[in-house]
Design a protein around this ligand. Structure first.
Ligand SMILES: [Zn+2]
Length: 297
């Protein structure tokens, strides 16, 4: 029987039962509250994973891509394990590399949920972040375009020479931290090469970190993936436990972006062309600034 076919008398009885149920439910709920731990957001890139040194390692057509997908899942799962070790009760993983479908869903620790695929809008590698999260963890991150002694350094696309906001030149982990900061969420941990660890700590302060590799004249000297996951698991757990000392990253608005590119794209509405290959855009809304960045990068 559905409500549609119920007689007026049955509907009345049902209403009575529902109104009885509701005052009974709340005292029971108050007696047994479910303890909730922190909710953690993990943004995962590929260039900063243990062992990655060439672009082909992180391109779907590359001969070793399948192996590096497995390494990506290993470092991601280490971060998930670290989060639960530190008392997290919910973890969301954002696949942040390229077409955002690098992590095989079956490889990811089932305690976490996975956000995969390209999303519309400006959040990109931070799609899914909101104020319900307690902390952000970066895995597989890399330094910004132009960083010396870094492995596969770039900023978003190969076309970007530099992007700065309010005079601060930012890596992906810098503007992603600003996005998290909009929702009051601090970044507490970064794994990647030594150069990104130094760069992110210079911006955000002494957050937890594991440098999985060092650059040696464009080559990579690094940890075994097995050793990297052990350090990431323990490092993430420690960073989440001490999250109260991490500060959200924020800048005073308005936000003025200066973008330098190799090849110019069409001018985004509201943006100014400063000189050849150089554009500025100002807004009180950081997400509008990132939309302009995404359109012109
Ligand atoms: Zn990437």
């Amino acid at each position: 029987m559905t409500l549609r076919t119920a007689s007026a008398r049955t509907r009345g009885a049902l209403f009575f039962a529902l109104s009885l149920a509701s005052p009974l439910a709340s005292p029971l709920a108050a007696q047994s509250p479910t303890p909730r731990g922190p909710k953690i957001f993990i943004s995962v890139d590929m260039e900063g994973l243990a062992g990655v040194v060439n672009n082909s390692d992180v391109s779907a057509s590359g001969p070793d891509y399948q192996m590096f997908r497995t390494i990506m899942a290993g470092e991601t799962n280490a971060a998930i394990a670290g989060a639960f070790l530190a008392g997290a009760t919910e973890v969301v993983v954002r696949d942040g590399h390229g077409s955002k479908n690098n992590l095989r869903p079956t490889d990811v620790d089932p305690r976490a949920t996975l956000l995969r695929g390209v999303s519309t809008g400006p959040k990109n590698m931070m799609e899914g972040i909101d104020s319900t999260f307690a902390a952000v963890v970066y895995i597989g991150y890399h330094a910004r375009a132009g960083t010396p002694n870094a492995i596969l350094e770039h900023t978003s696309t190969g076309n970007v020479l530099d992007v700065s906001i309010n005079g601060v030149s930012l890596p992906e982990g810098g503007y992603n931290a600003l996005v998290a900061g909009l929702y009051g969420v601090p970044v507490v941990f970064v794994a990647g090469d030594r150069a990104v660890v130094t760069q992110i700590r210079d911006l955000l302060g002494p957050i937890g970190a594991v440098a999985v590799k060092d650059e040696r004249n464009d080559a990579s000297l690094g940890l075994s993936p097995t050793r990297a996951v052990e350090q990431i698991r323990l490092g993430v757990a420690q960073a989440i436990r001490s999250r109260s000392s991490a500060k959200r990253y924020a800048m005073p608005s308005p936000y003025t972006m200066l973008l330098k590119v190799k090849t110019e794209r069409p001018l985004y509405p509201g943006a100014q062309r400063v000189r050849d290959g150089e554009f500025s855009f100002t807004s009180n809304n950081l997400l509008d600034v990132l939309s302009a960045f995404n359109a012109m990068k």
